[in-house]
Design a protein around this ligand. Structure first.
Ligand SMILES: Cc1ncc(COP(=O)(O)O)c(C=O)c1O
Length: 439
């Protein structure tokens, strides 16, 4: 049945969207179940992106819906400052039990952006409190995405997200990104070339002095700029350099957490543990907004000094650990476990890899990369119109019945972890034909 389309699309200022282009030809979603969305005109759309890298268990899962409904009926809201409710403590305990040691404390936020800003603040405050207030410099990476807050765009490395927004945070540097078509095009899984790029951190230590850098933040796999898989040895090297110089390592796992790479977290997949981890998206299967920052016991304990009545960290949000989000988070983690969804993602990886690399050879495709249940399919930009091929692919896929995400001319795929092999074939058939029909 067709859902009526609102006749005035003007008032809503859409985020990260070409508002005028969209409103001239809207793509409205009105329902979602398991692997599919439903469009306003009643078509089924195969979800090739888990919403926005977040609906890892698939859409409309009754266990999660019921948990949210029950919680709304029982207690809609509880203030998180100087008060608590049981599910916040339970979720923190469950979450930290899933995370690698020593990440055993959780601070809740409402989004990935807030998680990143929180993590940067914790890193700076940690050094301040542990006798190294001179460590104020934050290191991000080119092509990194860490949300849309001022902290996140400062350490982030995407130019349009940074320009026009003033001076941003001071004392920030960026490592080079690891994307290199000459060396690594069509790599399957982790590329062989590029581990040495982590050595740039040593150059920054030499430049600023050994006691100047507070933290390095990276996405273990950079998602938003088109699935940039860490080269072999790269994350290990970053960890070692951070250890050698007392620098905190922050993994932004907003995308890579909760099974996306075939393990609980990228840290587990790659065997490299950060000091701080940021999470969001799959934490609640996106049913209620929520983010989290996990920290090591050593960081947490650094704040737990002074008189008991003193607030240790002057930071938080009205909706930190919102009861509906906690209920959704608990139901989501239980579902991941009950259905072994992380293991399922791992067991699908080789089928997925073969399917996505099957698009090699299509016209204009200059790279295909993958890890876990993600893929980046990069097309050459059209002369004088970068991004147009990507946009046309998005529209063509949507019209043919699949939701994909594009960044520039790269198609990024990240389906829910419940995807069936036949649906992988269907998704890649739609994507291939979209690419073939783009000039
Ligand atoms: C790695 C990473 N960090 C942070 C964010 C920001 O999350 P949010 O949009 O929930 O603020 C994103 C969003 O895509 C992300 O991919």
């Amino acid at each position: 049945m067709d859902t009526p389309i609102p006749n005035d699309l003007g008032a809503f200022w859409m985020p990260f969207s070409a508002n005028r282009q969209f409103k001239a030809a809207p793509r409205l979603l009105t329902g979602a179940k398991d692997m599919h969305y439903r469009s306003a005109n009643g078509r089924k759309i195969l979800d090739g992106t888990a919403g926005l890298w977040c609906v890892n268990a698939g859409h409309g899962r009754p266990e999660i819906t019921k948990a949210i409904q029950d919680q709304a009926g029982e207690m809609d809201y509880a203030p998180p400052f100087q008060m608590g409710h049981p599910k916040a403590f339970e979720l923190a305990a469950r979450l930290t039990a899933m995370a690698p040691d020593p990440l055993n404390h959780a601070f809740f936020t409402n989004s990935g952006s807030e998680a990143v800003d929180t993590a940067l603040k914790i890193a700076l405050a940690y050094h301040s409190r542990s006798g190294a207030p001179g460590r104020r410099r934050l290191i991000g990476r080119a092509r990194g995405y860490h949300g849309a807050g001022f902290g996140g765009i400062s350490v982030g490395g995407i130019s349009p997200n940074r320009t026009n927004f003033g001076g941003l945070l001071p004392e920030v540097d960026h490592l080079a990104h690891t994307h290199n078509l000459e060396q690594n095009a069509f790599s399957r899984g982790q590329p062989d070339w590029g581990g040495h790029l982590a050595e740039e951190l040593n150059d920054l230590v030499a430049l600023h002095g050994p006691g100047a850098i507070a933290a390095v933040i990276v996405e273990p796999m950079a998602g938003s700029t088109g699935v940039l898989v860490p080269p072999k040895g790269y994350l290990e090297r970053l960890r070692a350099i951070c250890d050698a110089h007392g620098i905190l390592l922050i993994f932004d796992e907003v995308i890579t957490g909760f099974g996306r790479l075939g393990a609980s977290f990228a840290a587990a997949r790659f065997g490299v543990t950060p000091d701080i981890m940021t999470l969001a998206k799959g934490l609640t299967n996106a049913a209620v907004p929520m983010g989290a920052v996990l920290v090591s016991g050593e960081i947490f304990d650094t704040f737990m000094d002074g008189p008991d009545n003193i607030i240790e960290l002057f930071h938080g949000y009205t909706y930190s650990s919102h009861p509906l989000a906690c209920a959704a988070g608990l139901a989501t983690l239980a579902l991941y476990e009950k259905e072994n969804l992380f293991e399922r993602a791992a067991s699908l990886e080789s089928y997925w890899q073969s399917a996505v690399h099957g698009l090699q050879g299509l016209e204009n495709v200059i790279d295909i990369r993958d890890i876990g249940l993600t893929a980046g399919i990069e097309m050459a930009p059209r002369d004088g119109a970068p991004g147009m091929r990507g946009y046309e692919a998005l529209v063509a896929c949507f019209e043919a019945g699949a939701l994909v995400r594009v960044t520039g001319d790269t198609i990024a795929l990240s389906p829910p972890l419940i995807i069936a092999e036949t649906q992988i074939d269907e998704l890649l058939t739609i994507v291939a034909s979209a690419i073939e029909n783009i000039s």
